[in-house]
Design a protein around this ligand. Sequence first.
Ligand SMILES: Cc1cc2nc3c(=O)[nH]c(=O)nc-3n(C[C@H](O)[C@H](O)[C@H](O)COP(=O)(O)O)c2cc1C
Length: 347
Amino acid sequence: MFQFKQFIKSILLILRLPFLRIFSTTFFLSAFFYSIFSRAFWREFNSVLRGRYLYLKRLHEKSENVFLLRRNVHRLEKGLLMRPRRPVFGLKYIEELVNVYERLVSKDLENDESIVDQLIWARDVLTKYFSVVENNTIVSNCRNQFEKIDIAFGSKEKKIPFNQPSKEPPVQYDQFFKLTKNRRSVRWFLPKPVPREMIDRAILAAVQSPSSCNRLPYEFRVIDDEKMVKEVSTIPMGTKGFSDNIPVIIAVVGHLDAFFNERDRHLIYIDASLASMAMVLSFETMGLSTCCLNWPDIPKREKKISKALNLERKNRVIMFMAVGWADPEGKVAYSEKKPLGVIRKYN
Ligand SMILES: Cc1cc2nc3c(=O)[nH]c(=O)nc-3n(C[C@H](O)[C@H](O)[C@H](O)COP(=O)(O)O)c2cc1C
């Protein structure tokens, strides 16, 4: 029986290459392959579609959509800082923006810490926009609508495009290079708690990272409860052998309902990775160490993690990160990097 199984396996291995060659020749055959012979992309299809649906549903219902607010305020800011600034801009989305702003303000979210600063930003940018844009029917209608929306909170600074004063960089290259070079993936940690305040500081630095249209379509799910860390840290595959001593594990989770179109489906990975790197380096500045952990797209594991973290279908896990105080007795890999001449090409 065993020999028969081995025989079938070896036949399949022989057939695999010509099979893949044929199905990779055209888009249609590839789509056919992934519809019939492999379900590897099905969860991703489903999440992308679910995210799109939720985004468009909120748009249709004119309901709260913080991603829509953020993207459109960002577009207005870009219009405001354009050189030369066009006399009329933003007509394609100003109505959408004022609607979503009105909706969010009327939801009585004013005292909700999660939205208040974003509403102040939106208000300030909209005020500036209406003070400079040339009048026409759309602008005039939107201005009238906007002026009736009352928000009773202010801020010290105006949250609008500004001239950056020329300044000394707060960190010199040599120091920064040292920080990057000293960082290594650490897999052995001391059994010492990581203060939440440090984790929050790292996250505050992470969200300063660039993000497409300033959407920030991700969140960090920090797990520091011992029992939960034990459960979660065994779910990604790459923690075998050291999952037991991870003190804190962070799941980086993308939100696909930030996008109205499939063309943007990769942005959760790009934006979250940029933020994650900033987080890694800020942990380093505090003396903490990290190990990024791969998230394998395997159905059984996806199911487990969705349950453990109570994820929705619009969510995709991007990666995990182990965080803790490095055990000085534990080794790190040398991890030689590629030389400059190989990794860099000009023009
Ligand atoms: C996306 C990503 C996934 C990773 N997954 C794992 C993992 O599952 N297990 C692990 O031990 N290390 C993992 N690592 C760490 C890499 O092995 C490590 O970054 C690489 O070998 C270079 O070593 P260095 O980080 O010490 O410079 C991952 C790193 C990244 C960026």
